[in-house]
Write a protein that binds this ligand. Sequence first.
Ligand SMILES: [Fe+2]
Length: 219
Amino acid sequence: MRQNQHIKYTLNSINDVYYSKLYMANSKNFHTIGDLKFDPKKLQNALKQVLKIKNYDTAGGITNFGAICLNQIPGDPNSTKGNNARGIYWTKPDHTGTEASRDKLIDERSYTEFVKDYEHTYFKEVYEKLSKKFKLGRVRILLKEPRSTLSWHRDPEPRLHIPIITNHGCIMVIEDVAKHLPADGSVYVTNNLKYHNAFNGGEENRVHLVACLPDYKFN
Ligand SMILES: [Fe+2]
């Protein structure tokens, strides 16, 4: 009996170490923005409001990809659609390991107008607060469907994440480090210039607000 208890305690502490490593989002390529926090319930309500008036753009039918742009090039609603909702990235698609580029280059700095349709939502307040602290490129709501993954790829700039809906099976991997980003209103910046991936191993959607940060520097 005593021995069983000892085994149980040992297993618990192994779990604690495992999850604290997985959840602690501050490391070389994962930063937590300590002085910014949003209301997780308000974020979820804002998402519901947006989804009442807009469907996810699949960038021309890309599997496992869905995006809604919250900002646009002033006066240009096309800048939120199709390939503009996705943007350039580099990947190593086959056994040769040769890098290839995909999709089109986006002028992130030209996305300066918050889309009017969403001005009644909490996302407007989030956008204003983020704009005061960071030079923002596109600010998108990104969907990752259950049991799906991205490619192994790198992007042109770091990305800011505010998880809105997530589950324990949603993990982002940058090089050889894996992290779960909890949806507790925290704001994270990830070094997407390094090779990375994100997968949703759960059975519910994962939804993050993701902003491109063209001026953010990782040391
Ligand atoms: Fe990426």
